[in-house]
Design a binder for this molecule. Structure first.
Ligand code: SF4
Length: 414
């Protein structure tokens, strides 16, 4: 019988959590969960104090992927009604990143769909990163472009990229059940390529995809053994139009136990509550901040997150501080931003231009796409950003698709 109340202190004293202890955390009862959160919280406080690292996603290229990852709205054959567009231009990428930076993000994650980049893609993203860093030298950039070929990680590193994200997602023996077009080993190899080039490795999970508790423990220990620096934990968002549509396996209390298990096994890693936190942790999100030390602000790649103002308020109310924004009142700053910009932020995002920056109706091709430019933007909503998030979403509401930010004329949810 494991005494969860002393587990945190034992780990801090130099006794790493075992597989059996991680399994016991995952299989614990709801009544035991707050003792587990307390144990994880001791580690979180020890390594990260009351700081929260805020990350911001920019989706550089959305949908149109030839891979078949069953959880992904951008996969081959996905019928999810997501925004689809090919590479956005450098100016647009930097403009979008600035929204997250204004909201307190100290890391911008530049993401592109696809199995992996061509050398031309790497060059394109390298130029974007150089441009972003010229204007924001203090901001970290993480690239996420899929499976890397030899030399590509080094080019990104040379351009100023700080980190590379490539998630293991699940355990090795569960991987073939969620994807057939590439392997778990492919993913491990890419993380190693990034590390060999001196990039900080970010690799994490998607939970709630039919994995057993034992498989989840395997995946957590695989991540520990990878020796990356950050671990994002995504909670499956079961998009309609994907094979995992209708898969609702998680409860808020189970999400807390999963996050705690990762913290206990890998106590000194940046642990991020990532996609799906709103719909799965729901009202327990503030409690999760006592386990994790990182989150994504605003929207995800193809779905809506809760508003940045809700995120910043949650962080402040919990007594936490945004890393790199110490002494600033980000809630007040953001309220001022919303007040100053009113209900229509379209001008701020370049209303009247397409995602690639060419004028509407001028014909596509300027971005090098084969006519795969984003869909006609929806009409600008007449609601304020704070009314938009999915804080009230639950399983019955499904996944709210992103119709803001890149690929639209509407300001991002940040
Ligand atoms: S996770 Fe990446 S590789 Fe897999 S289908 Fe989605 S965009 Fe493609």
């Amino acid at each position: 019988m494991i005494d969860f109340s002393t587990l945190g202190q034992r780990i801090l004293a130099g006794q790493p959590a075992t597989r059996d202890e991680a399994l016991a955390v995952l299989t614990a009862s709801d009544a035991q969960t707050f003792a587990i959160v307390d144990a994880a919280s001791q580690l979180r406080r020890h390594f990260f104090g009351n700081k929260i690292k805020v990350n911001y996603l920019v989706n550089l290229k959305s949908g149109l992927c030839p891979e078949d990852c069953s959880y992904c709205s951008q996969r081959l054959g996905s019928e999810a009604d997501i925004l689809k567009y090919t590479w956005i231009k450098q100016d647009e990428a930097i403009k979008q990143a600035q929204y997250g930076i204004a909201g307190g993000a100290s890391r911008v994650c530049m993401v592109a769909s696809g199995k992996g980049p061509t050398d031309r893609d790497v060059e394109r993203v390298s130029k974007m990163v150089e441009g972003l860093k010229d204007e924001n030298p203090h901001i970290e950039v993480c690239a996420c472009m899929g499976i890397l070929k030899d030399g590509q990680a080094q080019r990104l590193k040379d351009a100023g990229v700080d980190a590379y994200n490539h998630n293991l997602n699940t355990s090795e023996d569960h991987y073939k059940d969620i994807c057939t077009t590439h392997s778990f080993e492919d993913r491990v190899n890419t993380v190693h390529k990034a590390q060999d080039a001196g990039l900080s490795a970010c690799s994490g999970l998607i939970v709630g995809m039919g994995e057993s508790d034992e498989q989840l423990v395997d995946a957590i220990f695989s991540l520990k053994n990878l020796e990356g620096d950050s671990i994002p934990v995504n909670f499956l968002m079961p998009f309609d139009g994907t094979p995992l549509a209708g898969t609702w396996e998680l409860t808020p209390m189970r999400c807390l136990r999963i996050l705690a298990a990762v913290r206990l096994v890998a106590p000194e890693k940046e642990l991020r509550m990532a996609g799906g936190r709103e719909m799965h942790l729901r009202s327990l999100q503030p409690l999760a901040l006592h386990v994790v030390n990182s989150l994504f602000l605003g929207d995800y790649l193809t779905s809506e997150g809760q508003s940045a103002l809700e995120d910043l308020t949650m962080i402040r109310d919990g007594g936490f501080e945004v890393l790199g924004a110490e002494g600033r009142d980000l809630v007040a700053e953001h309220q001022e931003f919303v007040k100053a910009h009113g209900v229509n932020l379209a001008e701020e995002t370049g209303a009247g231009s397409t995602p690639c920056g060419s004028a509407p109706g001028s014909g596509c091709g300027g971005c090098g796409s084969a006519g795969a430019c984003g869909p006609e933007p929806a009409a600008t909503p007449t609601v304020t950003p704070v009314e938009i998030g999915i804080a009230e979403a639950d399983a019955s509401a499904g996944v709210v698709l992103r119709k803001r930010g890149v690929g639209t004329q509407t300001a991002p949810n940040a």
